[in-house]
Design a binder for this molecule. Sequence first.
Ligand code: GLY
Length: 344
Amino acid sequence: MNADVVVLGGGVIGLSAAWKLASRGLSVALVEKFSLYSGTSYVCGGMLAPNAEAKFTEPDLLKASNTSLELWSDFRNELELVSGHTIGFRDEGTLMVALERDDVYLLDHAKRQHEALGLKTEVLNAEEVREREPNLSPRMLRGMYCEDFQVEPPKLMAALIEACRKTGVHLFDECGDSELGKDFVKFKKTEISFKSVLIATGAWRVNREDAPKVKPIKGQMIVLDMPIPICEHIIRAPDAYLVPKADRLLIGATMEEVGFKRGSLAGSVMDLLVGAWEAMPSVYDLNIRELCTGYRPVGETSMPNLGPSRVDANVFYATGHGRNGVLLTPWTAEKISDHILKSF
Ligand code: GLY
């Protein structure tokens, strides 16, 4: 078959770029090595939290993150409309909590930096935090509210897959290793000729000399059943974050430079559970549903690599989103589809 654009990679970045390109009139095929219903985009927390995650040593990332957050509202409305799926958007925000004196110092530091950047945050004393989240530990000393958001990753993925289908994107998954030529991609018994290719393979770097350097940073996460909500906000404790979903609680996440090593370590699971339990003791009584792992695509800088290859004019990259893939999705989809459309 022929396509104007082949997108390699069926995570949030690849799917959203494919959808945008198709809705702007190009014929698009998307090729995913594994299942579309698995992978880092599927199991991640779905936090849209530039403020709570902000690192003030990364001003470009903070700017891109806040720009993307502004784009999220239109992106979500359009996605839900086109796909007919809701994506579990929630706006309770994040509570960062301090459990020790040192954590209080760090929280105050974050507050000063937030203020300097004009971000919307609010420092709360222990009583005020517990008014908002009564199940937080009585040990808690202070909190800070950040006005940010979250979506539900499996719902987001389902909506993107459906939006792609409805706009005519040809989706191929479970393709295994593919061969990428100058104007074609081959996998199994299929060959697709293209005018341009977008490489959005996350932590899985393609074998091209010009491919941006990216490495997997493994994140282990624990999924607990939560039949009755024990919290409404995302809770960011010193040693774990807790992300409440409709019927489950996610506890994350490790940051490990171990390549694509699989599996969940007893020690990591214990550390995450203790970190979550120290902030919210009622975690103790929840059933473990699943242990998950994802691989964040981390590049040489904190900013993603977006744009054309320095070697071939018909090759584009959208990789290196690190901890911020879901947050940066609308911004990335818009930027990379502009780059590709301009080249036609
Ligand atoms: N953004 C959350 C994480 O990477 O763990």
